[in-house]
Design a protein around this ligand. Sequence first.
Ligand SMILES: Cc1cc2nc3c(=O)[nH]c(=O)nc-3n(C[C@H](O)[C@H](O)[C@H](O)COP(=O)(O)OP(=O)(O)OC[C@H]3O[C@@H](n4cnc5c(N)ncnc54)[C@H](O)[C@@H]3O)c2cc1C
Length: 362
Amino acid sequence: MKIYKAAIIGLGPSGLAVNKILYGDSSIEIIAFENEDINNRDNFFGFWLTEWMKPFENIIEKKWHKWSIGDKNINITHSSGEKPYCVISFKKWKNYCLKTKNKLKIKNKKVVNYLPVKNYFKIITADNNEYYAEKIYDSRSIKEKKDELLQHFFGINITVADNTFDENKLTLMHFTKEKNLLHFIYVLPFSHNKALVESTVFSKKVLKKNWYREKINDYLGEKNISDYKENSTEIGIIPMFFAEEKNSPRSNIFNIGIRGGACKPSTGYAFSFLIKQIQLLKNSKKNYVNIHKFLERKMDKIFINFLKNNNEDGQSFIKLASNLNGNEFQSFMMGESNFLTKLKIIKSMPKLPFIKELFKIR
Ligand SMILES: Cc1cc2nc3c(=O)[nH]c(=O)nc-3n(C[C@H](O)[C@H](O)[C@H](O)COP(=O)(O)OP(=O)(O)OC[C@H]3O[C@@H](n4cnc5c(N)ncnc54)[C@H](O)[C@@H]3O)c2cc1C
């Protein structure tokens, strides 16, 4: 009976990060379980360049020093010299994390359960096989929950006529007016004629693919882009609620990624935070690290409750963007804002609904 030093459940970005960051420089043999074919997965993960993301600079696909937030009437442009918005593709992240000194055995199987036996765990897969490991890194997560908000989106990677896009500026949020829905378009111009154009909604229910397609076409129509070649699509659901599984009472079970609380629920950003989580775990004796600071978590909760209970159409985001400069805005998005920026954020929000939500949170 072989007992591995560790087992990773799920080879999404966080499971991959465990292999690279925690075991990559060792000669330890570990095992990973993944029930999908990750070679079919590709999408882009965006983040602002922070200190903890600098070690991965050479796999960044593209950096933008300017981004815009607005609607059809207003357009706020932010810029940041040192902390640009960056994207890494899943494919590059996967290849980077799988290129290591350690041995990783990958089983394309679904884990149905694991239980403690003496000082190790028995892992049971859907085909009724058993595997054994001393530590478990679990990244399975619940993406949807009744009455909770979700960030759901559909995007297309397109090629258009030359010189259509300004490749130096990305559209972070272009809000459109929808009935009882918060909707915006996100555009990543990779070059003058290639971009990812995504339609994103914050609501409790996921919509049919055609709905997002229609919004993308409306947006492209407004920009006089009628002729394009669709190269690929990406689709996703990100929970806008805090994960429940965060902390395991067993010291050798590590909940990682979204399951371990890496997602900043008010924005859906998780990629750079789950990397920070694994980096922090490397230097911690505990099986759980707090990625988001106490005050940031409280502010997130208030903001999500505000979104749940009010028909927000993007104006609060636009007001926030107009009250902050690029560096302040990115520091807020990356959970690194100072006291003064926090005050500016609070000042930007609609007062009465926020005071109401403040008294509701526990
Ligand atoms: C299309 C898309 C775009 C995104 N863009 C951004 C972005 O721009 N910036 C950002 O910060 N965040 C982004 N996110 C959010 C977040 O970074 C991702 O959701 C990220 O994939 C979370 O990583 P994870 O490892 O926690 O979970 P996952 O990626 O969900 O990985 C978990 C893995 O476990 C596997 N699994 C599940 N159950 C089992 C089981 N029982 N047995 C074996 N394997 C199992 C799954 O197949 C999956 O591969 C995006 C998400 C999506 C879906």
